[in-house]
Design a protein around this ligand. Structure first.
Ligand code: UDP
Length: 340
């Protein structure tokens, strides 16, 4: 099957079009990591991939990257001109390229993965990452496909060091402050890795928890996989507060949960959004809102999951080849003329 994958041309630095985040990303980038894992899985099951929207990305066996269009309009026009070269278009741009005012000919096979909170801007054959994300969107019955992970890209370890980890955007809805409060009470260091665009929030927690937080900036490569593999636990305490797109934050899919599992690292999560569904006992533990408010450390001290259980669960349910297979069967349905 010939697939055209659309990635959103998201800038790392405003007004610098050469800073479009690549697939895979170098550092922060949940959507781009998901697209990369999916592309690798689809190539492994004999699909032919073309990627548009992220012109600085590497091409590869089975993958061609389109480099001469960089903005939404250029991407849209390119797709319209080349539509007959593909069996299906798979859109990850969350309404940036096609939306209610710029739609695509309804005869062209099209599928979209929704990566955000709220409802999709172009609701057509939409795949959601979790039941919670789907429910919040208000969409009719739709398929749910979990975030894929390339297990071999992580370092599995059963030997842990004496620190907890937060890995991601340093923002209020991700619950970094709550993770720091727990670690302060546990008298354990919290390594915080990731960029921050919420300066006030960032300065506040770094100042307030100076004795607990060790901020290492945005990480990539070996630094990232080392931090993940050696941490005693990964905190993902996502909060029900307004997120970057306005709606109350409802964790859509959580890439870091699958990365922690691939590293054999237990997850300590809230029950926000997808976390309630994916942080099963093999993966880690969930803290409810009362336990978070009361900073109840009892469970964390006594109940962390087993590294091999986490790895095996991810390997069985989220590995990129399995997830690619789930997408491929939906591609085939759509190509045959069905709607999801
Ligand atoms: N990430 C990274 N380096 C950092 C911080 C984050 O590589 O310093 C990656 C992290 O490993 C994950 C992604 O950025 O792959 C964040 O995706 P997630 O779905 O967890 O969060 P969101 O997209 O909602 O911010």
């Amino acid at each position: 099957v010939k697939v055209l994958m659309i990635a959103p041309p998201l800038l790392k630095r405003q007004n610098d079009e050469t800073s479009i985040i690549t697939v895979p990303p170098i550092g922060y980038g949940g959507i781009e990591t998901v697209i990369h894992s999916l592309i690798c899985g689809l190539i492994a099951i004999d699909c032919e991939l073309t990627l548009i929207g992220v012109p600085g990305s590497h091409s590869n066996f089975g993958l061609k990257v389109i480099r001469d269009v960089r903005d939404a309009e250029g991407i849209r026009n390119w797709i319209i001109n080349h539509r007959h070269e593909f069996d299906i278009i798979h859109d990850h741009s969350c309404g940036l390229i096609f939306n209610k005012s710029c739609n695509l000919d309804s005869r062209i096979p099209y599928i979209a993965t929704h990566h955000k909170t709220g409802s999709p801007d172009y609701p057509r054959n939409t795949i959601f990452l979790s039941d919670a994300q789907w429910r919040q969107s208000g969409a009719n019955d739709s398929p749910i496909i979990r975030i894929p992970v390339i297990l071999d890209d992580y370092l599995y370890s059963e030997e842990k060091e004496d620190y907890y980890l937060y890995l991601g955007r340093v923002s209020g809805w991700k619950g970094v402050k709550e993770a720091a409060q727990f670690c302060q009470k546990l008298s354990a260091p919290l390594c915080v890795a990731g960029p921050s665009w919420e300066k006030e929030y960032f300065d506040d927690i770094v100042r307030h928890f100076a004795g607990t937080i060790c901020y290492v900036g945005e990480v990539t490569g070996l630094k990232k996989i080392d931090l993940l593999s050696k941490a005693k636990g990964l905190f993902v305490l996502s909060r029900p507060v307004p997120g970057p797109w306005g709606e109350i934050w409802c964790e859509p899919g959580s890439t870091v949960v699958s990365e922690a599992a691939a590293s054999g690292t237990p997850v300590i999560s809230s029950t926000n959004g997808c976390l309630k569904e994916i942080v099963v006992p093999e993966i880690g533990m969930q803290l409810n809102e009362d336990e978070i408010r009361e900073l109840d450390i009892g469970k964390i001290k006594s109940q962390l999951s087993n590294p091999s259980d986490a790895f095996n669960y991810a390997s069985k349910n989220w590995n990129h080849i399995t997830i690619a297979g789930q997408y491929l069967s939906l591609y085939k349905k759509i190509i045959a003329g069905s709607c999801l």
